[in-house]
Design a protein around this ligand. Structure first.
Ligand code: ADP
Length: 479
């Protein structure tokens, strides 16, 4: 750059004009020791000091205590004296001890007597700095929100170049090693066929400035897992008048799974309830027929069948009701103290009434005092026993054993169908029914409820089994 020197009219005092008329430039004149000789009106307006407050004082007066401790005023003066100029960007102190962010420049000047003076011109940039800080904080805040969002967020320009992504974007697409270099969204998603349509939709959203929402896609994540997402896109205008689009990819896998599960459960329950109901209707119709024929024996038979179906329906509905209550964490135990043996015998009596032909053998001492929900524990023992009978395959011996070590353990052993090793881990799951037993009545909630009840007692429920040989179901409760 050519060094041009402006020829000033020496008949005119430019400094005096600037000193007196400046509004934005706060001017301070010091001697070569930093003693303040003059200030202009703009300086008084900005910092509150007038001539009486400050003339004759060292420039340190207007520096903050922190800068004074650092020796900043002295550094600045020696810099101007050595280099002829010095700039700074810091806080200065107002008369009322307030901090004002300023930008200042000091230069060496000489008066008509040849004395060296330091001329410091200061601009108040406090508002500007404050807005810079707020913008920075706002950006930081936005960045924090963006990275905390679990949805994938992408901002694209009109050419589908990626302008911004968040952390979730990287975890979804990070299997694509080229991702770091690629800045075009279409290339990023190229390996995923499902995005073809999405890319077209984004392009038309950009062209027509009209977004779309909730387009479902299924993709394989970097961990190889298949997940379902909803894609939404909304065009927006950025500050620089450029048209951009915001893409949000929301993981809906769990919602989908839950919806599917809910449908499965409803279908399953409806199906299971239909059987006893259909049976009831049939019994009623037949009873009507036999009534006409005055056939009391057949009617009695059908009445018994009806009763059985009603009690099946009752049991299913009670289990379903219980399962929903337990699911929503509402299982409240009514704790009392009772003898283990008494509780077990009550359960055996209930089962014996329904299955008199079965031989339930009781082993072990049950004289121990237990604290728990007696009604719920009877429910568990009853369930174990009736399963032992239901899945007995005609083997009528069931053995109930009570043991007390550090905990009390109750087991129910049968010699029935047994459960395969593959299916055994799932038998306490909700609605699980082993393949071989699906022809027998039941909805797969009994053991699930048993485990929930036992766990509410801080205990464990488990089973051992061998297919074709029989099973032992256990539960333990700490004493
Ligand atoms: P439900 O008997 O109503 O189907 P449960 O939750 O009590 O429901 O049992 C779940 C499944 O575990 C049963 O469907 C059956 O397949 C298996 N199961 C339970 N107890 C036994 C047992 N003693 N012998 C063999 N299989 C059993």
């Amino acid at each position: 750059m050519p060094n041009t020197t402006v020829q000033l009219d020496t008949s005119y005092n430019y400094f005096e004009s600037l000193f007196n008329n400046a509004v934005e430039n706060n001017i301070l004149l010091m001697d070569n020791n930093g003693i303040i000789i003059a200030i202009n009106d703009a300086f008084t307006e900005c910092f509150g000091y007038n001539s009486e407050d400050i003339l004759g004082k060292h420039a340190r007066t207007i520096f903050t205590p922190e800068d004074r401790d650092r020796g900043k005023p002295e550094d600045e003066i020696s810099k101007v004296l050595n280099n002829g100029q010095s700039s700074d960007d810091n806080y200065l102190l107002t008369k009322a001890k307030g901090y004002v962010w300023v930008k200042g420049e000091s230069t060496l000047v000489k008066n008509s007597d040849g004395d060296v003076r330091i001329l410091k011109v200061i601009q108040n940039i406090h508002k500007q700095k404050k807005s810079e800080v707020s913008i920075h904080q706002l950006n930081q805040f936005n960045e924090n929100i963006l990275s905390a969002i679990e949805d994938v967020v992408i901002v694209l320009d009109m050419n589908m170049h990626i302008l911004k992504t968040n952390r979730a974007f990287h975890s979804l697409f990070s299997n694509n090693e080229r991702i770091v270099q690629i800045l075009n969204f279409a290339q990023v998603i190229k390996p995923y066929d499902v995005f073809d349509e999405i890319t077209r939709n984004i392009q038309s959203a950009i062209n027509n400035k009209k977004g779309f929402s909730n387009i479902p896609i299924e993709i394989e994540t970097s961990s190889g897992e298949k997940r379902v997402f909803d894609v939404s896109c909304s065009p927006f205008e950025f500050v620089n008048d450029e048209n951009n689009v915001l893409i949000v990819i929301h993981d809906i896998t769990v919602h989908k799974q839950l919806a599917r599960e809910r449908e499965d459960v409803i279908g399953f329950v409806a199906h299971e309830l239909r059987n006893p109901l259909a049976n009831l209707v049939l019994c009623n119709d037949l009873m009507g027929e036999f009534l006409k024929e005055s056939n009391p024996e057949e009617i009695n038979d059908l009445l018994q069948r009806s009763k059985n179906n009603v009690s099946r329906l009752n049991k299913m509905i009670a289990e379903l009701y219980d399962a929903t209550r337990i699911n929503s964490g509402n299982l409240k135990l009514e704790v009392s103290a009772f003898k283990l043996k008494d509780m077990v015998m009550e359960a055996i009596d209930t089962v014996k009434v329904l299955q008199p032909s079965y031989n339930i053998v009781v082993k072990g001492e049950g004289d121990i005092l237990v604290k728990g929900d007696r009604y719920r524990l009877i429910q568990v023992v009853t369930n174990y026993l009736s399963n032992g009978i239901k899945y007995s395959n005609g083997k009528t011996d069931v053995v109930l054993e009570m043991k007390t070590e550090n905990e009390m353990i109750v087991s129910v052993k049968d010699n029935g169908l047994g459960i395969s090793a593959e299916q055994l881990p799932y038998i306490f799951d909700r609605f699980f029914r082993a393949e071989k037993t699906k022809n027998l009545e039941g909805i797969g909630l009994g053991l699930y409820l048993c485990r929930q009840i036992i766990q509410a007692h801080n205990g464990r429920a488990w089973a051992e089994s061998e297919e074709g040989k029989g099973s032992i179901f256990y539960f333990s409760i700490p004493l």
